[in-house]
Design a protein around this ligand. Structure first.
Ligand code: ADP
Ligand code: MG
Length: 397
């Protein structure tokens, strides 16, 4: 039995026409003698009837904070609806399929509602369905606790479901279908002449996903890398080759920059020694944030100040912690972290200078920078994100 996992994102399922495109991909694999295991996201994006964001919009922050188990129950419905409707689409072309919740597909999680951890996968149900010649259509993004509560496994969770099933079912391949041609040199919705990256290594994929390339979630990239299952990211709406990810050596050494990504909703925090000089907590602050599980990045420590960024969602929590430590701080919100990624920049002088000049010519304020051998990060005000990405892409492509 040669299994191929085929995951379809929300936009690939939002209309009858798009679902028919998805069905074509499933039929194609089946006709080649493979056993497809389909994983579906909720249909559409915010505003569409049963998308995750639409379901969430029925609730409010207060309820969400205090009723995580109920929220997960509601969110599970999005993917369940999607799985049944996809089965019906397959039925119409003569393919017998079986919709499955995450739990029915054997995905057992802890009870950390909203971001549950997958503990084990019981493959017997899913294998039984495949052995009967049917196509399992698994609701992505979800699992079930040992005691039968429905959970969700974090945003981007359908990618994770696909990667986990690929690993436990020892699939030949994992195919992630979305609404763009694969992983591109920048988000094609921002940069019209972004080009497809045809091949990359798991490391490069993980890096891109972690730095905001959205197309696949970083957790899924990590699982695929660990299980060494070949992965492709393709467009549901055409027959392009997409991006193939494998354990090959890094491929883009001939280019300085492989891709440009961004993450919005960053807040820059500055804590000055001058404002806190009688307070010993100043020296412990990064440690305190780590103990309290606040994830920080772009960390610059100088003798007179410490600067770092956090996600906007963590600002309230950070404020409470710093007040508790009696530390004064400044913050600047509405920032975006732009990342320029490329193993080709290793040891090449002047890349940062070129980036700074490009942004300066565009009159874009640079709030902070940082770099490693293969990535350069710039923090800028979010209002300039689009113009910065377009200008940098022009210069480096
Ligand atoms: P899906 O619903 O299929 O999971 P996502 O919205 O999660 O789709 O991811 C696909 C989107 O990722 C694309 O529509 C595109 O706008 C965005 N994107 C961001 N960066 C990139 C990139 N470097 N290459 C391709 N797409 C990107
Ligand atoms: Mg996605």
């Amino acid at each position: 039995m040669k299994i191929i996992i085929q995951k379809f994102g929300g936009t690939s399922l939002s209309s009858k026409e798009s679902r028919q495109k998805a069905v074509e991909k499933i039929v194609f694999i089946k006709n080649k003698g493979y056993s497809p295991v389909v994983v579906v996201s909720a249909m559409g994006r915010k505003g569409d009837y049963y998308s995750t964001d639409t379901l969430l919009s029925f609730l409010n922050d207060e309820f969400i904070k205090n009723n995580k188990k109920a929220v997960d129950l509601l969110l599970n419905t999005g993917e369940i609806i999607s799985s049944v409707i996809m089965c019906k689409e397959l039925y119409e072309v003569g393919i017998s399929a079986m919709p499955m919740t995450g739990g029915q597909a054997g995905i057992i999680t802890d009870n950390c509602f909203g971001n549950a951890k997958v503990l084990t996968v019981k493959t017997n149900n899913i294998l039984e369905i495949i052995n009967c010649g049917k196509v399992p259509v698994v609701s992505g993004f979800q699992g079930e606790t040992e005691t039968g509560d429905y959970t969700t496994i974090g945003r981007g969770g359908s990618d994770t479901t696909a990667a986990i099933l690929g690993a436990v079912l020892k699939a030949e391949k994992i195919e992630i279908y979305t609404d763009v041609d694969g992983i591109m040199t920048a988000d094609p919705k921002i940069v019209k002449d972004a080009t497809l990256i045809e091949q990359m290594s798991y490391d490069e994929l993980f890096n891109l996903a972690a730095l905001g390339a959205k197309v696949i979630h970083q957790k899924a990239a990590k699982i695929a890398a660990d299980s060494k299952i070949p992965l492709t990211i393709k467009n549901t709406f055409n027959y392009g080759t997409g991006t193939s990810v494998s354990n090959s050596k890094e491929i883009y050494c001939d280019k300085l920059i492989t891709a440009i990504t961004h993450i919005d909703n960053r807040v820059q925090i500055s804590i000055f020694y001058e404002d806190n000089k009688l307070n010993n907590n100043y020296f412990e602050v990064l440690n305190e944030l780590s103990i309290n599980d606040i994830s920080i990045d772009l960390i610059n420590v100088f003798t007179d100040r410490k600067i770092f960024t956090i996600d906007q969602m963590e600002l309230k929590k950070l404020d409470l912690i710093l007040k508790d430590l009696n530390l004064k701080y400044n913050y600047r919100d509405n920032c975006s972290k732009i990342s320029l990624i490329g193993s080709g920049m290793r040891g090449i002088p002047g890349v940062m200078a070129k980036i700074l000049k490009t942004l300066k010519d565009e009159k874009i304020e640079i709030l902070q920078t940082s770099d490693s051998h293969t990535t350069i990060w710039c923090l800028i005000p979010s209002e300039y994100t689009v113009s910065a990405i377009i200008a940098l892409h022009n210069v480096f492509n």
